[in-house]
Write a protein that binds this ligand. Structure first.
Ligand SMILES: Cc1cc2nc3c(=O)[nH]c(=O)nc-3n(C[C@H](O)[C@H](O)[C@H](O)COP(=O)(O)OP(=O)(O)OC[C@H]3O[C@@H](n4cnc5c(N)ncnc54)[C@H](O)[C@@H]3O)c2cc1C
Length: 334
């Protein structure tokens, strides 16, 4: 829960190593070709650098037989894919690297990881433009949900984004951005206006092109369930929403799931609330409490003293919650 200390200690350790003993890894033909596309500094086959991608896009326990390449723009992504195809080398994009950490123990791990080949790290695609006049933002694949939200808030706007460390383009391509704000803002294709894509042949396309396919369609059949993208999203234009001055959060405690779900479904059907969620006491303990001991105590108090198992969390405007006729109260009473 406190990664900075470890990161700082590791950095100091590396700074104090004897640089004379560092080995440079010989360049091979493939690396030379990648460096011609992105520049000397932005492609490597150094196992030390490659090892920092293990468990984020490279699964544990595989040989570190990889190239890491960091393109700066969509054209370079396109050239890398054409180059990889020409040499018959597998490739996969890597954004925030959060997906594999969640998918590793599941059947989805193969779909979100690469056993050998070229890791295309998209971090350098870091364009971020907020357009208050159209309530949209245009951003590159290197931008995280947190960065977008921070920039949008400065203009009193809100993006519909999920996990803070996930990159927005990767989130659109994988889980489709499913959030507690979905009641009002929607999910999947509701989130974006346009995408810039590079397909598996290395051709650059836009979502507005007439012949583009729905990014969420697959062939029928179980074996086609996959998180492996058939394209790389390099840039997107997403929708932004107003942040109202009178927003407030209401927590309604429940001792059972059925009643909590009943309330949230009623609110959803009546269009009450900007954001709706049912949170279990375990979720609250893990996400809110700063130490494992506080989390354990919090769970204990919820279970044994407050009889609280679930909380319906509603973010709404003041008039939705104003007694006696507020929409929230009316819906709840019904
Ligand atoms: C704690 C936690 C909570 C989460 N909660 C939610 C949630 O509530 N709602 C939700 O929607 N999601 C949620 N997620 C999932 C998260 O949004 C995904 O992990 C995210 O979409 C992956 O983003 P990333 O930047 O980490 O991608 P990575 O882990 O780097 O990549 C994931 C996969 O997408 C591919 N990929 C990466 N970038 C691109 C791109 N630009 N174009 C195409 N393919 C690409 C990669 O090859 C890989 O297969 C959660 C994740 C975590 C860790």
């Amino acid at each position: 829960m406190r990664p900075e200390k470890v990161a700082r200690a590791l950095k100091e350790y590396v700074d104090n190593l004897d640089k004379e003993n560092f080995q440079s890894i010989p360049e091979d033909d493939i690396l030379r070709g990648l460096r011609e596309i992105v520049g000397e500094k932005w492609a490597t086959n150094d196992p030390i650098i490659i090892s920092s991608y293990v468990r984020s896009i490279i699964p544990p326990d595989v040989e570190l037989n990889f190239y890491i390449v960091m393109p700066e723009n969509t054209e370079q992504v396109s050239k890398i894919i054409k180059y990889a195809n020409k040499h018959n080398i597998p490739f996969l994009p890597r954004s925030g690297g959060t997906a594999l950490s969640v998918a590793t123990p599941t059947i989805l791990s193969n779909a979100t990881s690469l056993e050998h080949g070229i890791v295309i790290d998209l971090l350098r695609l870091n364009k971020l433009e907020i357009h208050p006049e159209s309530s949209t933002a245009t951003l590159g694949a290197g931008i995280t949900s947190f960065e977008l939200q921070k920039a949008a808030y400065k203009q009193k706007l809100r993006a519909n984004v999920a996990e803070a460390g996930a990159h927005v383009c990767a989130n659109i391509a994988t889980t489709g951005v499913i959030t507690t704000w979905g009641n009002t803002y929607g999910c999947f294709a509701d989130n974006f206006i346009d995408l810039e894509l590079v397909d598996n042949d290395g051709d650059i396309k836009n979502h507005r092109d007439m012949e583009i396919s729905n990014p969420y369609t697959t062939e029928h059949g179980f074996t086609n369930i996959s998180l492996s993208p058939s394209y790389i999203i390099t840039e997107t234009t997403v929708k932004l929403y107003p942040v109202f001055d009178d927003e407030e959060a209401v927590f309604v405690p429940f001792d059972n799931l059925e009643d909590a779900l009943d309330m949230i479904i009623t609110l959803g059907k009546r269009g009450v609330g900007l954001s709706l969620a049912v949170l279990s006491y375990k979720y609250l303990a893990e996400f809110i409490c700063p130490t494992p001991q506080i989390a354990k105590d919090f769970e204990d108090i919820c279970k044994n003293y407050l009889k609280l198992r679930y909380v319906v969390d509603v973010i709404c405007n003041k008039d939705e919650n104003k007694p006696p006729s507020g929409k929230l109260l009316t819906a709840y009473a019904s």
